[in-house]
Every structure is written in structure tokens, then in C-alpha cells.
Design a binder for this molecule. Sequence first.
Ligand SMILES: O=C(O)CCC(=O)C(=O)O
Length: 237
Amino acid sequence: MTLSQEFEERGFVVIESFLTQEESHGLNQSLEAKYEQWQAEARQVAEKSDHDECDVLAWDPVLEGHPLFCSIAASEKLRAATAEVLGDDFDTQTSLIMFSIPHGRGQAWHQDCPPEEVGLFNLNRLLYPADTNLENGAIVVVPGSHKMGVIPPGGTQDPIPGEVILTPRAGTLVLLHGHVYHRVTPNLTDRPRNSVNFRAMPAGVPNWVTCVAVYRNGRTRFCDTPSFAPAIYAETP
Ligand SMILES: O=C(O)CCC(=O)C(=O)O
């Protein structure tokens, strides 16, 4: 099966050893430094509503012009891997680093954008600079759920039939369709657990596609959408 067929069928592909050891090491060092800076500032996780039980801190180093993150985001190898699943014509966003905080709840089941409009989706391009595991936070996905509509109501970390537990090793790239049901298990350790996400979209999909995330018990709006956006975006509370 080609990467493109696998992505179409399952909604995700896993590419191991995508980053060099040097790149993983450099990303890790920058992430450690950022976390230490936050610790010094006594940074807390923002108070969240009940349905998005996510204990994360977010950072956008590409927006800040961080050289290493910018060079990986703009690399030929990331472009080529993305083109395998989206075709040559795609758009990109800046970066989203998610620090799952120590002893936090990870990330509840969610879809990264409403699935009602099948063609309106983003692509998570998730890089893991360090090993993940069941202690610091596995990423759990339901293969094929990008074709199953809205995630059913239920517990934020309760298993969903068919789920697959992924524990990407350092250097792995996971390309994940934004309509796939996924969660990150709680971080039981004393250190943050990180993913680096360089989101992309098929050509023509607007930037605000990532403004609304769908949880099992509600939707969360992260940014404003234009008035002409579909109602699922424009009217989400
Ligand atoms: O950190 C991960 O492994 C997954 C991140 C995630 O769920 C997301 O960005 O929507």
C-alpha cells in the first residue's frame, strides 16, 4: 500500500526516523529551554472548560522566527512527505508545540476541526523529538474515523472500539487527518511530554479550519472565523 492509500484508508501514517538525531537533539534542547523559562515564570496551565480536559501549554516558535523550527518546517523532506498524502498543492500554517505538562491529563479525545464538511480538514504533521511511551503520553487514534462523522459523546479518555495506541519514538513523523478521533494519554511523569506540529491543509482550505475543535462533550473555539464560514464554524459558541 502506498502512503497515500494508507492515509486515505486509515487517516494517518507513521514515518519513523524522519528527523536526524541532530535535529531531534536540537529541538529537545529548545523545548527544554522554553519549559525552564516557563517554570521560572511560574507559568500555569490556563483554566479550561470541562469538555476539553487537556493539560497542555502551547508555543509557536515559527511565529517567533526560531531558526531550527523554521528550517525543519521549510525543509524539502517535510514538503515531500506532505505531498505524498495531500498532493503537491497544499498550504501550511505556523507551528504548534504542545507540552503535556507533568502529571497532567494529556489531551482528551478530539477532532481538530468539525467533520461535517468532509473537504474542510487540516493535516497534523506531528514530530516527536523524544521517545513517547505509556508513562509520558501515548497518542491514541481510531483508524478510519476521519470517515465516521462527529466523535460520539463519552468519557474524555475512555477507550473507543478499534482504537490504536501509538508511542512514537524520537524522530518520528505522524501525518494525521484532522477529522480522525485522537487523544493523548495522561502524563504520569515529572517531565513534560512534547509534540511539534507543523499543520498543513489541502490547497483552498482556509486557515480558520483549525479554529474549532470537536470534543466528545462539546466544541471549543480557539479563534474568530469570518462571517461567511460554514455555520459549524461561525456559530460554534
Ligand atoms: O501530541 C500529540 O501526540 C498529539 C497532538 C494533538 O492531539 C493535536 O495537536 O491535536
